[in-house]
Design a protein around this ligand. Structure first.
Ligand SMILES: Cc1cc2nc3c(=O)[nH]c(=O)nc-3n(C[C@H](O)[C@H](O)[C@H](O)COP(=O)(O)OP(=O)(O)OC[C@H]3O[C@@H](n4cnc5c(N)ncnc54)[C@H](O)[C@@H]3O)c2cc1C
Length: 293
């Protein structure tokens, strides 16, 4: 992943202190991390990793899962929701669920980060890296960034959006964001605030797949998934828009499970969004994506 020697040199372990925890939704928490005086060399969209072995409280559970799976539990990646122009770094974690009969193993790290992390707690994180960032010359490539996200896939896009609004004045943004319900939307108020602050440069359109309150639906809150039709409406034809897509994708576990049944894995958000963009004939070099799968 990190072949570039410059990049390797930049990645380091940091001991951080949880300065604050913010409940973004019932299953999602932002951890604001204080790093002391370390110079923070990262780009909006980068992620850090957290090794579950550092948590004593998870010790027996980690060892048990390693025995079951026959391999060491790897560090988990978390995109930063903060932007380099902000004082603190922060990550936003959505708790993975265990559904009896559907999920093979209980999730290891995200429940602890979301529900049991308190102010003052110390963590070791390793960062910062990742290819899902804006090129420095983005303003010479496009004047319209389109963000297509689902669930916690909004985290790196939110960081890039904040960074670009502050640093790339020629860029305008369309932020398409899919969730199940109104209450699942992460950064909901923050996105509204940014939209009010930059009415000519930011349009946020939510899409909700399971919201039962019909009063929630408006011009900027659509019912259903982010379809090719919605993208066609929001991305002008023949435009030079650059699209950043992030959200759940088919995982290697999904692939193995489907193979065992002799089936093809079902497309998830990322595969469907990319198929929609292909229908719109958006050139591949105008699409950047990150998979959480
Ligand atoms: C680049 C990147 C950035 C990310 N950024 C974020 C972010 O900003 N916010 C966020 O919330 N998440 C993010 N993620 C996802 C995150 O890294 C974790 O995958 C997530 O938190 C789940 O971790 P967990 O330890 O709770 O669950 P895990 O223990 O990893 O389990 C997750 C699922 O995988 C299944 N599973 C695990 N091992 C196996 C196996 N051997 N066989 C079959 N099934 C298995 C489990 O049953 C469960 O359904 C990111 C991922 C990547 C790759």
């Amino acid at each position: 992943m990190n072949k570039d020697p410059q990049e390797r040199k930049r990645i380091k372990e940091l001991e951080v202190m949880v300065a604050d925890t913010i409940e973004e939704a019932h299953d999602t928490t932002t951890l604001v991390l204080f790093t002391g005086n370390d110079r923070l060399d990262y780009k909006a969209g980068h992620f850090l990793t957290i090794d579950p072995h550092q948590f004593e409280a998870l010790g027996r559970f980690t060892a048990f899962l390693e025995d079951l799976k026959g391999k060491k539990e790897p560090p988990r990646a978390y995109s930063m929701c903060s932007s380099p122009h902000e004082k603190y770094i922060a990550i936003t974690v959505k708790e993975e669920r265990y559904t009896s009969g559907a999920t093979k193993y209980p999730p290891l790290l995200s429940p602890l980060l979301v529900k049991q992390t308190v102010r003052g707690m110390h963590l070791v994180v390793t960062g910062f890296t990742g290819p899902y960032t804006l090129p420095d010359d983005i303003e010479s490539q496009t004047d319209h960034l389109v963000h297509v996200c689902a669930g916690s896939g909004s985290v790196p896009n939110y960081a890039m959006l904040k960074f670009a609004l502050a640093n790339y004045p020629k860029l305008r943004h369309t932020f398409m964001y899919a969730n199940k319900t109104w209450d699942d939307i992460i950064f909901r108020d923050a996105l509204t605030d940014l939209e009010m602050k930059h009415p000519d440069r930011l349009r946020v359109v939510h899409s909700l797949t399971r919201e039962s309150d019909s009063f929630r639906y408006t011009e900027s809150v659509r019912k259903g998934r982010i379809t090719a039709e919605l993208m066609r409406e929001l991305i002008p034809e023949q435009s030079n828009a650059h699209v950043y897509v992030c959200g759940p994708a088919i995982t290697s576990h999904d692939r193995n499970a489907a193979k065992a049944k002799g089936e093809e894995p079902q497309p998830r958000f990322l595969e469907s969004a990319l198929a929609g963009l292909r229908e719109l004939n958006i050139a591949k070099d105008r699409i950047t994506y990150e998979s959480y799968g």
